[in-house]
Design a protein around this ligand. Structure first.
Ligand SMILES: *[C@@H]1O[C@H](CO)[C@@H](O)[C@H](O)[C@H]1NC(C)=O
Ligand SMILES: *[C@@H]1O[C@H](CO)[C@@H](O)[C@H](O)[C@H]1NC(C)=O
Ligand SMILES: *[C@@H]1O[C@H](CO)[C@@H](O)[C@H](O)[C@H]1NC(C)=O
Ligand SMILES: CC(=O)N[C@H]1CO[C@H](CO)[C@@H](O)[C@@H]1O
Length: 278
C-alpha cells in the first residue's frame, strides 16, 4: 500500500510529461527508434501509373543522383499543371554529399511506399528531410505538420538544463536564420553547470527568408517544453525548419562550436541534499 503510493508519487511527474506531450500538436508515424517519421497529407490523390506519379518518381530520384549540388538543399519541380510536382529535400548541414544521397534515396523509397497515393507528403529522417506537393511550396514558410520526438532519458536537473538549453537554441536559431539562400544551419554545444553538455542543431530550408526562418525556429523552440520538457534530448520537426538537441554528439564534431550562455541570475539557494522536491 505505502510502497505503491510512493511509486505513484515517483512516476507522477513522468505521467504529467506523457500527457502534455500527447496533447501538444503532433502528427505523423515513426519507425521504432524514430529514425524515420512521415506524414501523408490529404490534399488530394494521384492514380498509380498516371502522369503525376511519373513526374514524382523522376523528380525524387533526381535528388539522390544529383552531383552538382553540394549544399544538401534541393528544390525542384517537374511537369506541368495539373500534374506538376514541387519537391524539397534538405540534408543535415554537417553531412557529406554521399551520406546525404544515401539518406535521400532511402527516405524517398519509404515515402513513396507509405504515401503511395497522396499528392503531398513529408518524411523526416535523422539525417535528412524530403517533402513534395502539387501546391507551391518554395519560399513559403510552413509549420505544419509538426512531429515531436522526445529522447527517453530525463535531465539530471531539468531547471538548470533549461537555463542552458533555451539560450543555446535561441542563439543557434539566430545564427541559422542569418544564413544565405543555400544554407541556413547552425550547430553548437554548451554545458549545464555541474551537469550535461548539450549538443544542439537547428536548420531551416534555405529558400525561406531570414524573418520566416527565425519565426519558424522560434515556434519550434516554444514547442520544446510540451514535447520534451525535462528530457535530455528531443527533436521538433516541421516542413520549413527543425531542431534537435541531445547530451551526446549526434552530428559531425567539426560542425560544432561552443556557445556562450550568459550566466543566469542567481536563484534561491539549492535545496539541501536528500530533501524531497515534490
Ligand atoms: C535508390 O537507390 C536504388 C539503388 O541504387 C535505386 O534502385 C532506387 O531507384 C533509388 N530510389 C530513389 C527514389 O532514388
Ligand atoms: C531553389 O533555391 C535556390 C536557392 O535558395 C533559389 O535560387 C532558386 O530560385 C530556387 N528554385 C526554385 C524553383 O524555387
Ligand atoms: C514570411 O516573411 C514575410 C516577410 O519577409 C512575411 O510577410 C510573411 O508573413 C512571412 N510568412 C510567414 C508564414 O510567417
Ligand atoms: C506504416 C507503414 O505502412 N509502414 C511501411 C512503410 O514502408 C516500409 C517499406 O519501406 C514498410 O516496411 C513499412 O511497413
Amino acid at each position: 500500500m505505502g510502497s505503491s503510493r510512493s511509486l505513484l508519487i515517483f512516476i507522477f511527474p513522468f505521467l504529467l510529461n506523457l500527457i502534455s506531450s500527447t496533447t501538444a500538436q503532433d502528427d505523423g508515424i515513426c519507425t521504432n527508434t524514430a529514425y524515420y517519421c512521415w506524414k501523408c497529407s490529404d490534399t488530394g490523390m494521384y492514380t498509380p501509373g498516371d502522369m503525376y506519379q511519373e513526374n514524382l518518381n523522376s523528380l525524387l530520384s533526381s535528388f539522390s543522383t544529383n552531383t552538382e549540388i553540394s549544399s544538401g538543399f534541393y528544390n525542384f519541380s517537374k511537369g506541368r499543371d495539373p500534374n506538376k510536382v514541387n519537391a524539397i529535400a534538405l540534408c543535415r548541414g554537417d553531412l557529406s554529399q554521399d551520406t546525404c544521397h544515401t539518406c535521400l534515396n532511402r527516405s524517398t523509397d519509404i515515402l513513396l511506399q507509405n504515401c503511395s497515393r497522396q499528392r503531398e507528403a513529408i518524411i523526416w529522417a535523422e539525417p535528412c528531410m524530403v517533402r513534395y506537393s502539387n501546391n507551391l511550396i518554395f519560399r513559403i514558410e510552413k509549420e505544419d505538420p509538426v512531429k515531436c520526438v522526445p529522447s527517453p532519458n530525463p535531465a539530471k536537473n531539468s531547471q538548470q538544463f533549461e537555463l542552458v538549453l533555451n539560450p543555446l537554441l535561441s542563439s543557434l536559431s539566430e545564427k541559422a536564420a542569418s544564413g544565405d539562400s543555400i544554407r541556413k544551419f547552425a550547430a553548437g554545444h554548451a554545458t549545464v553547470p555541474g551537469g550535461e553538455t548539450i549538443y544542439a542543431l537547428v536548420q531551416c530550408t534555405p529558400d525561406i527568408n531570414q524573418q520566416n526562418c527565425s519565426n519558424c525556429l522560434k515556434e519550434a523552440v516554444l514547442d520544446v517544453p510540451g514535447c520534451c520538457g525535462g528530457m535530455q534530448g528531443g527533436r521538433i520537426l516541421k516542413p520549413s525548419c527543425n531542431l534537435r538537441y541531445e547530451v551526446s554528439l549526434f552530428f559531425e564534431s567539426t560542425a560544432s562550436s561552443p556557445v556562450n550562455i550568459p550566466p543566469p541570475v542567481p536563484a534561491a539557494p539549492a535545496p539541501k541534499e536528500g530533501m524531497a522536491q515534490f
